[in-house]
Design a protein around this ligand. Structure first.
Ligand code: R5P
Length: 316
């Protein structure tokens, strides 16, 4: 792959390791930038090289501390705009506030839309992301959004396991498309859990399981794991219905609170996730397996930069 001279990639403090891995795929060096806080808690950014008229990609997943990382992203975009970048793409492997995508209770915000507005107003010309909580979030932006999917990568991993009789399990109705897409690649059936959230306290219960899982290998798929409550409820439902063994694959390992321990002490054989967010050693247990999205993002960046189809990456 030719080195792209006018391609510039920068990261804030959210996930510099991912930027390094993307740059290594693209055979370019990470852009030089400083991003830090003054003693008054104000974030300061300075790009340390010329980017005038260049194609700039800013890599910043919105993991914890979410609001700091978001603010860094906005300030980096503003910095690039004021430094006369030719085009600015916000590369947001994990888009926070995705669950706040509709008014499903009285007097609540639609924060996913607010974040989209902020990114646009800051000066981004495009967004590149992976597995949004709901695809419709793309429509909150009035600039092009390329949403990649880690599903083929996760499905390929399971394909290599040569399981005999697989049922891909959606953790709720909204997850059915993801399960269906995974099942299609694996040539497997799907099952769907009927899940209810209890108030706003991050508690869930699985009330019903639709599909035949008895004696079969179940693979739970989801876009993200936060507290682990959803996956644990799904695991219990699968066990009650006689699943032979249970695997779990999610794109975004947010892993808040006691999620790593919950998974480690559950009946799940292995917890598969990706590095859209940093997964520190403290969150990696013996059952954790992490695949990298660096080549997926690197290839998409290469194609965006060269005006090639991103959709073609998923045609097979
Ligand atoms: C929810 O609708 C999502 O798809 C995930 O199932 C959810 O965000 C996981 O959260 P937790 O791990 O806290 O149950």
């Amino acid at each position: 792959m030719a080195t792209n001279q006018d391609l510039k990639l920068f990261a804030g403090n959210a996930h510099p390791e991912l930027l390094k891995a993307i740059c290594s795929y693209l055979k370019v060096s990470p852009g030089e930038i400083e991003v830090f806080k003054f003693s008054n808690d104000n974030t300061f950014v300075r790009i340390l090289e010329n980017i005038r008229e260049q194609d700039v990609f800013i890599v910043q997943p919105l993991g914890a501390p979410v609001n700091d990382n978001l603010m860094e992203l906005l300030i980096m975009i503003d910095t690039a705009k004021r430094a006369s970048a030719g085009r600015i793409t916000a590369v947001i492997p994990y888009y926070a506030y995705g669950r706040s995508d509709k008014k499903d209770q009285p007097r609540v915000p639609i924060t996913a839309r607010l974040v989209a507005n902020l990114i646009e107003v800051a000066g981004a010309n495009r967004v590149l992301t992976i597995d949004l909580h709901a695809g419709q979030i793309q429509g909150f932006f009035n600039i092009p959004v390329d949403e990649l999917s880690a599903i083929p990568m996760l499905a390929r991993y399971y394909m290599e396991k040569n399981f005999e009789d697989v049922v891909v399990t959606a953790t709720d109705i909204g997850d059915a498309k993801r399960a269906g897409d995974t099942a299609k690649i694996l040539n497997a059936d799907i099952a769907i859990i009927e899940k209810h959230r209890i108030g706003n306290k991050e508690m869930v219960e699985a009330s019903n399981l639709i599909g035949d899982v008895e004696g079969r290998t179940a693979i739970i798929v989801d876009d993200e794991m936060l507290t682990g409550g959803t996956v644990i409820a799904a695991t219990e439902a699968l066990m009650e219905h006689g699943a032979k063994e249970i695997w779990c694959g999610v794109t975004h390992g947010v892993l808040s609170g006691k999620a790593p321990e919950l998974i480690e002490n559950s009946a799940i054989k292995e917890f598969l996730t990706t590095d859209t967010l940093p997964i520190p050693d403290t969150k990696r247990m013996s059952k954790t397996k992490v695949l990298s999205v660096a080549s997926l993002l690197g290839e998409a960046i290469y194609r965006i930069h060269n005006g090639q189809s991103v959709g073609a990456m998923f045609e097979d």
